[in-house]
Design a binder for this molecule. Structure first.
Ligand code: HEM
Length: 454
């Protein structure tokens, strides 16, 4: 632990420990105190393990000094080796320490560090300054309890750490979209499914393991196209070369989506950055959190509403169906043997229904058979999707429902009439979707690979 002399009191301010024996990267952290009050706290994994003897000595002395504290509740140095004579042992010992510290709750850690800081401050404090500090720190403490500082995103988040971030993402998505034109819609849907379920934390990108069936393997996510995953992987690979361990997969997915929407002719919107990647991805948690075409409008409203989205925002976001396609199986029950008296759902335009029956005739044999969501301008991000709905040219039951329900119809009509209004509403709703449930600060991680946790 190092000290910073602020001229007020000698205050423990920096907390460093060595790191993981497997990847040989060290972790550093700091706690900034004024007297006994913690005003900032952070931990970050570094590129490499300490090599110099000075650093090693510092870690060693820190570990030895902290051991009595860490052996008492709530901490315990289970299995910590006491012999620091080789670097391997040093790393192993401090790995234990790190694990123990990090597994203690944040409150416990803060209490421990605060006690340490108070002791040091008391030793050195001069009487006059203490009186000043009490008033000053009381207000600082109040401030530190506000969660806002942790949840902020910034447009220029990677300005210093990865200045080419935007360019790299843009180049990657442009190349990918040119070679695979289905990428834009695929990525937009992937982003939506990631964000609505449990926040924009790239948890949808994680692959299943023998011990964990991941989100992407939930039934509703099986139709998410590989191109969307691929574009994020490509951008991540390029970014890891340019600025290793810096950019989150969640930020890449958010920016790639925005760039692709814009490339398709849709509105540009701000994507503030600093999201961190989630550490949980569970298929079992997905059911019921994402909308399905067969859901009645009340249920759709509830699915969106429970995550803070208004009816108007839900309709605006659904305008995403202006691009991309849908597998025949998603609407086959509406176009074949619909009821005893009707071949197809009467909400469909008769000629459109006949066209769909023909297009999907083989879908049992070939389950990849698909139809464009917006049959009129499938490759353009515009408001024609909304213009289609009153004409019975919607593809999914839920698309038709948006026009037929009195709660959603006014917004469909508004957006069908005015593309600018739709674009503005879509952009605002996407900005809101993009910050839904995000993790920042010390929460989550910067994944090395988007498809697996660190
Ligand atoms: C209102 C509720 C919604 C329902 C019931 C719904 C359902 C669906 C379904 C069933 C598909 C076809 C999937 C397939 O067969 O591969 C689809 C495609 C798509 N959805 Fe939605 N969706 C909804 C809202 C949204 C929202 C809010 C967005 C984005 C903000 C979105 C973006 C997309 C896109 C872009 C596609 C095309 C994907 C591709 O071409 O690969 N959807 N949606």
């Amino acid at each position: 632990m190092l000290s910073l002399d602020l001229g007020i009191a000698s205050i423990p301010t920096l907390w460093i420990w060595a790191g993981c024996p497997y990847d040989r990267r060290s972790s550093g952290g700091y706690c900034i105190f004024l007297a006994s009050n913690l005003i900032s706290w952070s931990a970050k994994r570094q590129q490499s393990v300490a090599r110099s003897s000075t650093e090693a000595a510092e870690y060693r002395s820190f570990i030895l000094r902290s051991k009595p504290f860490l052996q008492s509740p709530p901490f315990s140095l289970r299995g910590c080796k006491e012999n620091f004579s080789t670097s391997k042992q040093q790393v192993t010992a401090s790995q234990n320490l790190l694990t123990e510290v990090l597994t203690a709750t944040r409150t416990e850690l803060i209490l421990f560090l605060r006690a340490e800081a108070a002791a040091a401050a008391a030793k050195h404090a001069n009487g006059t300054m203490v009186a000043f500090l009490i008033v000053f720190l009381t207000s600082l403490l109040t401030l530190t309890t506000l969660p806002a500082a942790e949840s902020r995103l910034y447009s220029n988040y990677y300005r210093k750490s990865c200045p080419r971030f935007n360019q790299i993402v843009q180049d990657t998505v442009t190349n990918k979209q040119i070679t695979s034109p289905t990428t834009a819609a695929a990525t937009l849907r992937l982003f939506f499914h990631d964000c609505l379920h449990n926040g924009c934390d790239a948890s949808i990108l994680v692959s299943s393991t023998p011990f964990n069936k991941a989100e992407r393997d939930a039934d509703i996510n099986l139709s998410l196209p590989g191109d969307a995953f691929d574009v994020v992987v490509r951008a991540k690979t390029a970014l890891e070369l340019a600025c290793p361990n810096t950019v989150s997969c969640a930020d890449i997915l958010a920016v790639a989506t925005r760039d692709l929407v814009t490339m398709m002719g849709g509105p540009y919107y701000n994507v503030p950055l600093g999201r961190r990647d989630g550490r949980v991805s569970k298929a079992s948690a997905v059911e019921g959190t994402l909308p399905r075409p067969a859901m009645p409008v009340s249920q759709l409203i509830q699915v969106f509403g429970s995550r803070g989205f208004s009816v108007q925002e839900m309709v605006a976001l659904s305008g995403a169906h202006t691009i991309g396609f849908t597998h025949c199986s998603e609407f086959s029950s509406a176009i074949y043997n619909y009821s005893k008296s009707e071949q197809y759902d009467p909400q469909y335009n008769p000629r459109f229904a006949a066209g769909l029956q023909q297009a999907c005739a083989d879908y049992h044999k070939n389950p990849t058979m698909s139809v464009f969501n917006d049959v009129m301008t499938p490759n353009k991000f515009d408001n024609v999707y909304f213009q289609n709905l009153p004409k019975g040219l919607g593809l999914l039951k839920s698309d038709h429902a948006l026009f037929n329900d009195p709660r959603t119809r006014p917004f469909v009509e508004l957006y069908a009439k005015d593309q600018n209004t739709f674009f503005q509403a879509f952009a605002r709703a996407m900005e809101k979707l993009g910050v839904h449930g995000i993790q920042t600060g010390r929460r989550g991680e910067i994944r090395h690979r988007c498809d697996e946790f660190n």
